[in-house]
Design a protein around this ligand. Sequence first.
Ligand code: SAM
Length: 240
Amino acid sequence: MSSTTVPQLIILGALVGGCRAAAPHTEAGHGAGHGEGHGVGHGAHGADHFADPSRFVADWNSPERDAYQKPEEIVAALGLTAGQTVVDLGAGTGYLLPPLVKAVGPDGVVIATDIEQAMLTFLDEAKAKEGWTTVRTHLSPMDRLGLPDTSVDAVVTLNVWHHIEGRGAYAATVLQTLKPGGVFVIVDFLKEETEGFGPPLSMRLSAEEVVADLVAGGFEAEVVPETMPRHYVVRGRRPR
Ligand SMILES: C[S@@+](CC[C@H](N)C(=O)[O-])C[C@H]1O[C@@H](n2cnc3c(N)ncnc32)[C@H](O)[C@@H]1O
């Protein structure tokens, strides 16, 4: 794994200023902890905390989420083109799948991964219902995607990275899965109070820490400007 280089730090320094601070934001109809299943998914990780999609789907797939989650900005950060293969790491109940399916088109592939088989079973049912013929589901181990090397164009993960342990090593496995030039986009909560939304502060990662995780895994990494009130976007690129 490589260490942080001076050019990478310069990029980080230049771009981190584009990461917005939290702005006042309220949503009627969303319970405290929206977007994460808080009080449920945090604490000890990996042991069935997200095993029941029915507890989360109304919250995670709420159309009102788009107002602050800005899925169009997440997809734009990926720079997808028709026919590409993209992975949604920790897809949960599939909030991101519709815009990903649209972005890669009928000749593309969207691989929805999760460590919880129940989430993937839920997604298989959603696939059939929604007619998502280009979506595949994949059960990942905790510490890697478990997909073939150099097999995908892009990986995105939303509200998941803070759950992953050994992040630098995990990032290195994502790097191996990507084709040269492929991108890994990480979207997660700001490391500050976000009006009752998001994980406990003790679990949060700053955008700079996520950049460091990606650099440790061999990526060139930067913070991407966005307009989300509670999140940041970090993008890594596998060097060609
Ligand atoms: C907070 S939910 C986010 C779901 C979805 N990305 C969203 O934003 O609506 C976290 C999801 O990540 C999954 N997860 C946690 N650790 C993971 C890991 N190491 N690899 C893959 N998925 C993981 C959980 O099972 C859960 O479905």
